[in-house]
Design a binder for this molecule. Structure first.
Ligand SMILES: [Fe+2]
Length: 229
């Protein structure tokens, strides 16, 4: 697994999590609609909030700061990410949606549940950056078994998404979250392809995206990217 490093994450991530916990406690914002992963019995018991490049309601500076920090890591390491995610494919540089994206999602899982709290799935994007959550629990399927992944306080894991595969890249990384009974806060930066690109299979990215969104049973929001997992 590719793990990117930035010293800035050591302070930026906890600050964003603290601000997001405050929003959850005060029920201060409108959270994203419930999502049910393919094959899951019911929706995940989580709350989440997404920040795109399209603007939106004013949010604490620490949340936009985390998005900026992760976006800078993507820009800085794009060639390296490309060799891992799209080894034989085209340059990521020209493929990335910079209109609405990348999209930062913050997720909050309530205390209590032990076991999978985020059903196994692949993300509907080119790739996803995942800094460390407030606790362990992220698992990635590799060599036929679930492997714990911990990027550390200064790290962010890069996971290939389903769109990379559609452009001749590596298979999408199947992942899940296993709860240990404690409250959990995590962040994901979804990096998407431009909506007007055609996949190797000849499908418009916007069409493929609508199809996948329908599958996770979440209505599309403005900008269309908001519910990529
Ligand atoms: Fe995911």
């Amino acid at each position: 697994l590719l793990i990117l490093r930035s010293e800035a994450l050591v302070e930026v991530v906890p600050a964003a999590y603290a601000a997001f916990r405050g929003l959850v406690e005060q029920d201060a914002v409108t959270f994203g609609p419930a999502e049910t992963a393919l094959g899951a019995a019911g929706p995940d018991r989580k709350r989440y909030l997404e920040l795109s490049g399209m603007g939106g309601p004013p949010l604490p500076a620490s949340l936009t700061g985390l998005r900026d920090c992760l976006c800078a890591m993507v820009t800085h390491s794009l060639d390296q990410i490309g060799t891992v995610v799209l080894p034989s494919g085209r340059a990521l540089q020209s493929m990335i949606d910079r209109r609405a994206g990348p999209v930062l999602r913050l997720s909050w899982y309530p205390p209590g549940p032990v076991g999978p709290v985020n059903h196994e799935h692949t993300d509907i994007d080119l790739f996803t950056l995942l800094p460390a959550a407030t606790g362990p629990g992220l698992q990635v399927l590799g060599d036929g078994r679930w492997q714990q992944v911990d990027p550390g306080a200064d790290g962010a894991v890069v996971l290939a998404g389903a769109l990379a595969q559609e452009f001749g890249g590596v298979p999408a990384a199947c992942h899940r979250v296993v709860g240990d009974g404690r409250e959990r806060i995590s962040a994901s930066l979804f990096v998407n392809a431009r909506l007007d690109l055609l996949t190797d299979g000849g499908e418009l990215v916007s069409d493929l995206f609508s199809r996948r969104l329908h599958e996770v049973q979440a209505p599309a929001g403005p900008g269309g990217w908001e519910h990529a997992r």
